[in-house]
Write a protein that binds this ligand. Structure first.
Ligand code: C2E
Ligand code: MG
Ligand code: MG
Length: 732
């Protein structure tokens, strides 16, 4: 029968149901089938019958019905079994199935739902209402189909967008999510979690704690959640992904968080693209070095740092001479290759100059190289001690660039010209520093290529002087221009001589005497301190042994030792050699080391001191208090003496702070069994104050200036044997 005009349901028909819906009615009771058929057909449905479960399956496959009415109890195959099977058939998953059961049969109703029935109706069935029931159930199926379709679309869209959503029911602990959520827990692909705690267990550390803590924070506050994870456990060999997890708390009427709902998104490609864009914007493609934009940022940061630390840095503008010729004759590929090789050589030079300076001072230099484009490079030398120091780096850069390059089969030689500006002398902002380095480079080009030039004439001259001094010092060590003077130290209680310190002097043939304060740092920078130190040690030991052989000289000699000797040379061996060669008894030799050196690597320092002491040599800490002293490490040092720096002695009688320091250092040193020596004692008042403070020994102009060897012996003899030495009487 077709949908009649008098059919009340016909007017509600949607366009979709113009095609007649087919109802499969399964019942072993023939009268039921016939009764239902009439009303269903009147309502516009086409009806197919089956009298048991097995037949129902056949009919189902034959007609693909839109609706199934299924009796529970039937011969051959009952309704429950039939429903289960229909659900497994293609298209059977979502077809609405109405089960008819006995009124009092609650178990059947539950079972019906378990097997997959959509709804039930109790027998006897009201056949007039049945078509309405079918109609409404069909409608809700349409809605469910639409929902499913839209969920599928959402899933698909989420898959394309590499994202997913999730919802955590805080009370029950249940976790619902779309497939995309598994991006955040790849380990769960095979066994998706259904609760929050299962989900957490599938995450590895540190992702688990991160996610858990962020979520708990969001629930407690309540607040938005946003974290980034790199979950492991995906397909083997797959590179780690970057997943952004976001969530928002859902609150009840009391403002309490009941659910956390959120999204996950795989942003790996996005981040990679960002990094690539950053690279393109800030790095030079040919050499991989920072470009101008990045350099300006780095310069800005260097300015800030230097401002804060009150330090200096240099900007070296390096320009390759006649680079254009290489491009013109060998082509751009060869030109690019050359630029890459230059950038590698510059990098190597900076790395090795780092190694050279390290160990001599606590400054750790960090350098930056950038390419401005064309044949221009810029080197940022961070934390230099003196502006002139950068000239040495410039010379080394020019040196390595000058060495021939092999480009395929061609040997190419080029030179470079370097302009240098220094912060803060030549500018206090990045643009000015860069401009002035460029200007200096142009001056250097004008003077003939292949050279370097400081922007400031003063610095340039100082750099040149330093180089000539370095050359002269090299010569001085081998040509007898160095000498030692000796300064006595006395016991404060008696005023009697207790030892002397050997101090190096350089008599420059043209410049006259050069202060060790000037040439010792230079010798340290250039490594000349090693032969120089060796010479001082040998000479001091020989001198002391000579005096000792006179018979009436009972004191020992102290020799200064530089940090560079200590860290880069073999101090124990040198000491041993000097002692053996001279025949001096080890207890008459004392080594003075500055504290900054020991602070550099305290454990290595202690080990080395112990080895020195094993030779029988004494050790004293020089200039104590001038550097970054830490009283706490004193007790670990195997030293015999501590020399308080001159700066504390200078205002001892007028500055309460200095006095307090001397008191504290003396007290602590005595507790630790160290002898305390005051340096730079110039006045009787200072001497008197030191005596009151129970300081042990004193050294300074009040007692005597450093003296030549003969003069020292004469001075010692003048002092006499009594408790009122000559110098003390003279000083009165
Ligand atoms: P230092 O080891 O602390 O030596 C003491 C310095 O103070 C010496 O300066 C000395 O002449 C000076 N001095 C002594 N008494 C007084 C005084 O009453 N008032 C003032 N104002 N100064 C006084 P010098 O000889 O110029 O040496 C300076 C520094 O050079 C030394 O300081 C030491 O660190 C270094 N030095 C000297 N000779 C050598 C050496 O052979 N090897 C090494 N590595 N360093 C040396
Ligand atoms: Mg000294
Ligand atoms: Mg000193």
């Amino acid at each position: 029968m077709h949908a009649g005009e008098d059919n009340p349901l016909a007017s509600e028909e949607t366009a979709a149901s113009v095609v007649q819906s087919v109802v499969l009615h399964v019942d072993d009771d023939m009268s039921s089938l016939i009764m239902a058929e009439g009303t269903l057909e009147d309502a516009g449905f086409a009806v197919v019958h089956a009298s048991n479960g097995r037949e129902a399956l056949d009919r189902y496959q034959e007609h693909q019905p839109d609706f199934v009415i299924m009796d529970a109890e039937m011969p051959v195959m009952d309704g429950f079994e039939a429903i289960r099977r229909i659900r497994q058939l293609p298209g059977g998953e979502h077809v609405p199935i109405l089960m008819t059961t006995g009124l009092d049969d609650l178990d059947s109703i539950t079972r019906a739902y378990d097997e997959g029935a959509t709804d039930f109706v109790t027998k006897p069935v009201n056949f007039f209402i049945l078509p309405h029931r079918v109609q409404y159930m069909l409608r809700s199926k349409v809605t469910a189909d639409e929902l499913r379709a839209s969920q599928e679309k959402l899933d698909k869209a989420q898959r394309i967008a590499k994202m997913g959503n999730w919802e955590w029911d805080i009370e029950s602990g249940a976790l619902n999510f779309s497939h995309g959520f598994l991006l955040a827990i790849p380990a769960a692909e095979s066994a998706p979690p259904s609760t929050w705690s299962e989900c957490l267990h599938l995450l590895a550390e540190p992702e688990r704690s991160m996610f858990e803590q962020a979520a708990l924070r969001a629930v407690r506050k309540p607040d938005r959640l946003s974290i980034e994870l790199s979950p492991s456990g995906g397909t083997a060999g797959q590179k780690p992904r970057t997943i952004v997890l976001e969530g928002e708390p859902q609150l009840d009427a009391n403002g309490k968080c009941t659910h956390l709902m959120g999204t996950v998104q795989d942003v790996t490609e996005h981040r990679e693209a960002q990094a690539q864009i950053h690279n393109l914007a800030y790095f030079d493609i040919t050499t991989g070095l920072p470009n101008r934009a990045r350099l300006l940022q780095l310069l800005g940061a260097a300015v800030q740092r230097a401002d804060q630390n009150n330090s200096k840095f240099a900007v070296l503008f390096v320009d390759l001479d006649h680079f254009k010729q290489v491009n013109d004759t060998l082509g751009h590929d060869a030109g690019d290759l050359l630029l890459q090789m230059v950038s590698e050589r510059i990098t190597d030079v900076l790395r090795s100059s780092d190694l050279l300076t390290r160990g001599s001072e606590e400054n750790t230099e960090t350098h930056t190289i950038a390419r401005l484009g064309g044949d221009e490079f810029v080197v940022l030398l961070d934390a230099i001690r003196r502006p002139e120091d950068s000239a040495r780096v410039a010379q080394r850069l020019a040196g390595v660039i000058r060495e021939p390059f092999h480009l395929d089969d061609n040997e190419v030689s080029i030179s470079s010209t370097i302009g240098i500006s220094v912060f803060p002398a030549d500018g206090t902002d990045s643009a000015t520093l860069l401009k002035h380095a460029d200007v200096a480079m142009y001056h250097a080009k004008e003077r003939g290529r292949d050279g370097y030039q400081f922007y400031s004439r003063g610095i340039h001259e100082r750099a040149l002087q330093r180089f000539s001094l370095e050359k002269d010092l090299k010569r001085a060590i081998g040509h007898g221009e160095l000498d030692l003077v000796f300064q006595p130290k006395v016991e404060i209680a008696t005023g009697r001589i207790s030892g002397c310190e050997a101090l190096v002097r350089w008599l420059h043939p043209e410049r006259g005497p050069v202060s060790p304060c000037e040439f010792i740092p230079l010798a340290e920078d250039t490594g000349l301190i090693l032969p120089l130190g060796q010479w001082v040690l040998a000479r001091a030991c020989r001198q002391m042994q000579q005096w000792h052989q006179l018979g009436d000289i009972g004191f020992g000699i102290a020799v200064n030792c530089s940090a560079v000797q200590f860290t880069r040379g073999d101090m124990e061996k040198e000491l041993d050699t000097a002692l053996k060669d001279s025949g001096l008894a080890p207890h008459l030799l004392e080594v003075e080391l500055t504290e900054s050196l020991l602070m550099h690597d305290i454990n290595a320092g202690i080990a080395s001191l112990q080895r020195m002491k094993a030779l029988g040599v004494k050790v004293s800490i020089d200039d104590f208090g001038a550097g970054f002293s830490s009283l706490s490490y004193l007790k670990r040092l195997p030293a015999d003496k501590l020399k308080i720096d001159q700066c504390f002695v200078k205002d001892l009688d007028s500055d309460a702070g200095d006095k307090a320091i001397v008191v504290a250092v003396t007290k602590l040193s005595h507790d630790l069994g160290l002898t305390v020596v005051a340096e730079g004692v110039e006045t009787r008042e200072q001497f008197g104050a030191l005596r009151e403070l129970a300081c042990d020994e004193a050294q300074g102009y009040l007692i005597s200036k450093p003296l030549a060897a003969d003069a020292l012996i004469a001075w010692v003899r003048e002092q006499g044997q009594d408790d009122d030495p000559r110098w003390l009487a003279d000083a009165a």
